[in-house]
Design a protein around this ligand. Structure first.
Ligand code: GCW
Length: 709
């Protein structure tokens, strides 16, 4: 690798001189945003080189740990790539603790000439210094002036985790980028270099933990055979500050423990988990803890034994506490036999338990009350749980936003969640503050993102979906960053700093998610996707569990469309603060992008535009198609600036996305038109096929669908 890198560097630098650098080497996307290609602009490259002849790493320990070694390697490879010169990296011994930095924060300071110049990277721990090194490299990649750095940066949230929905057979549930990168069969002997690169990528954006297994995975991962392999992965990640976590299947004491019960109050079950957890810590001394999906979608749980979620969570919490571990207990619960609106059920189950969870439990809550829809209001539990630590669960993989076929940059969606005001303690009580502990003072703070990576060479399938992994890490570290800032950073790091290219790419990314909403689920529509694999439209999906059908949510009939969640309907509004219930319940004030989430309205209801609801919906679908065509055209214009392999890959996906947008529009409008009985308004293109045609499409073996695997 170092040799290859050097050869690449020499080739690239000589090509820079010829002005040909952009197409110098075919780029397969493996390097993610850590490309370190030579800075093309001579003046800027020289300025960066002049700023970093010496880099001083300062931690209280001042030792040459594996983390410090990794930091040095990263800085030297990074800067030699960027500027063609290898900086000297020194470790300073004997510094005290820097109070402003906490455990993981870092300080970057340009040193005066009298001190020998260069930059000091300081932290209270080695991993903090590593974060500082990555931040410095990022600043160099994005074109910042490094000559007068005075930066202090600390994370707002303590545990910033990827959740892998990876099974032991390497099938990734809702994974669209190949198979699981964990090669269980080859471990622990063969350790794919990808593990290191994975940990590097995570550390570069401040992620500090990985849940290796799917919330639906079986219990075998807790057996010694797998624990030995988990320990090997933990060893690979450790220099980069990434701790491993696992999912714990509630029924494990029965499945792998030889007990006839998993009752959380049974002393044998308690003793079994205590010993199992102690065993895990013997393998992995810095093990992070468990994620548990219990009594949800058929998974076993405490309710099977007449116990509640707190009984279940606290069982694990007690076993983990002596070792410093935590349990993330998922609130994604809803039962087919429960008549209550599905979006209310988690509040119904968890509100009575507020205060009953031990301090090392964090209740893990998806951003919205339904399920990672293209747009949802925030989950009401973020406002209503007062005495419980809450983990925000985001989905980086695009289960409902076109898989890795469609471009949907998700930072704008996540920002909506972080910035949403719960009014829990008056105005300004945002979800971000509920999560980062500032609202209620919870010391345990966690953000989790369901990973979008797999064995695809470029990790994420869609080359631009790397931006979602990147954005997740950046927002988990600091949710006050702007989506646009993140998009721009990523564009610069990934595709270079040529201003017109950066501006165009940033714009493409930032627009993309709303376009997906417009051509698939406008006006607060939700859960109208195809059954099972969730790719493409399926507003007609009926049969089986009512809460897995589309009409349960869109409620379309000749009288109108939308879910009535006000007092006359399911009253889900009552789960929110009175201010929000009043706002969203008032047709005049309810934001139109959530209209049909909260209201059932007649087809001739007059929207803010003055158009009838039917016309407005139809035109919004058309708008989504038009915007998607423009997005694809804007991408096409970037051809000269993007590596050909990546350009061709994205272009093909964009072309497909345009067709899929048309498909969404035509299928949904034809379906709803049966009820509205109105013509398509002027400006909406007529559909190419009949409704029967769209309804007869039955895709099989779509990636990521557990039912087809
Ligand atoms: O979004 C749904 C998915 C399931 C998933 C479940 C969950 C892992 O369709 O595939 O299971 O949510 O979050 O538990």
């Amino acid at each position: 690798m170092p040799n290859l890198r050097r050869r690449f560097l020499i080739a690239a630098l000589s090509l820079t001189a010829l002005g040909l650098v952009r197409h110098a080497v075919a780029d397969d996307g493996y390097r993610l945003w850590l490309r370190y290609d030579p800075i093309v602009d001579d003046t800027r490259r020289e300025a960066v080189a002049a700023a970093v002849p010496v880099l001083v790493l300062t931690t209280p320990s001042g030792t040459e740990s594996p983390t410090i070694e990794a930091t040095r390697r990263e800085l030297q490879e990074g800067f030699s790539g960027l500027v063609g010169r290898v900086p000297e990296v020194r470790v300073r011994v004997g510094a005290g603790v820097d109070e402003a930095l906490g455990d993981e924060g870092y300080r970057l300071t340009s040193r005066g000439v009298a001190d020998g110049g260069g930059i000091e990277i300081r932290g209270n721990g080695d991993v903090a210094v590593l974060y500082g090194a990555f931040a410095l490299l990022r600043r160099a990649q994005t074109g910042e002036d490094l000559a007068r750095l005075q930066v202090v940066d600390t994370p707002r949230v303590g545990r910033r985790l990827l959740n892998h929905w990876d099974n032991l057979n390497r099938f990734v549930e809702r994974g669209y980028a190949g198979f699981s990168i964990w090669e269980w069969f080859n471990l622990p002997d063969f350790r794919n270099p990808r593990y290191r690169d994975y940990a590097r990528a995570c550390a570069s954006i401040g992620l500090n933990g990985a849940v290796l297994t799917n919330v639906n995975a079986d219990a075998l991962v807790l057996t010694p055979y797998y624990l030995e392999r988990v320990a090997a992965l933990a060893e690979e990640f450790r220099p980069y500050g990434v701790r491993v976590y696992l999912t714990a299947r509630f029924s494990a004491p029965k499945e792998i423990g030889g007990l006839d019960t998993a009752d959380p109050l049974d002393p044998r079950v308690i003793a079994w988990w205590d010993e199992k957890v102690a065993e895990i810590y013997r393998w992995v001394p810095d093990f992070g803890g468990f994620v548990v999906k219990a009594n949800s979608e058929g998974q076993p749980g405490p309710q099977d034994f007449g116990r509640n979620h707190a009984d279940g969570a606290n069982l694990f919490a007690r076993a983990l506490a002596p070792h410093g571990g935590i349990v993330m207990w998922r609130a994604f619960v809803y039962q087919p036999e429960n008549e209550m609106d599905r979006v209310r059920q988690a509040s119904f189950e968890f509100m009575p338990l507020d205060g009953a969870f031990l301090p090392n439990v964090s209740v893990q809550i998806k951003n919205g009350p339904l399920d990672f829809m293209p747009r949802e209001p925030f989950h009401p539990l973020f406002g209503s749980l007062q005495h419980t630590s809450m983990t925000l669960e985001l989905q980086i993989t695009q289960e409902y936003l076109g898989h890795s076929t469609h471009l949907a940059f998700l930072a704008p969606m996540w920002k909506e969640v972080f910035e949403a005001d719960t009014f829990a303690r008056g105005p300004g009580s945002t979800v971000g503050k509920a999560i980062d502990g500032t609202l209620r003072g919870h010391p345990l703070t966690v953000v989790a993102g369901v990973s979008n990576i797999g064995t695809d060479r470029n990790w994420t399938g869609h080359p631009l979906a790397q931006a979602n992994w990147y954005a997740f890490g950046r927002l988990a570290w600091d949710h006050t960053l702007e989506a646009e800032t993140i998009a721009e950073e990523w564009s610069r790091m990934t595709f270079g700093s040529e201003p017109a290219t950066v501006a165009a790419l940033t714009d493409i990314l930032v627009r993309s998610r709303e376009i997906v909403v417009n051509y698939s689920n406008p006006y607060g529509l939700h859960h109208i996707q195809a059954r099972g694999h969730h790719f493409g439209p399926g507003p007609w999906v009926t049969g089986g569990r009512p809460d897995w059908t589309a009409p349960y949510y869109h409620q379309a009939s000749e009288f109108g469309i939308g879910a009535n969640r006000g007092p006359e309907g399911s009253n889900a509004l009552a789960d929110y603060a009175p201010e929000l219930a009043a706002l969203w319940g008032d047709l005049e004030r309810c934001p139109e992008n959530l209209l049909l989430w909260f209201h059932h309205l007649p087809w001739d209801y007059v929207t803010k535009s003055g158009r009838t609801l039917w016309d407005a919906i139809a035109l919004r679908y058309q708008q989504g198609v038009d915007e998607m065509r423009r997005l694809a055209a804007d991408w096409a214009a970037l051809e000269p600036a993007i590596d050909p392999e990546i350009f061709a890959n994205v272009s093909a996906r964009m072309g497909r996305q345009v067709n899929d947008a048309i498909h969404w529009r035509d299928a949904c409008l034809l379906y709803f038109q049966q009820f509205s009985k109105r013509p398509l308004p002027e400006g909406v293109e007529p559909p190419a096929h009949s409704l029967e045609h769209y309804m007869s499409i039955n895709l099989r073996y779509v990636p990521g669908h557990p039912g087809d695997y």
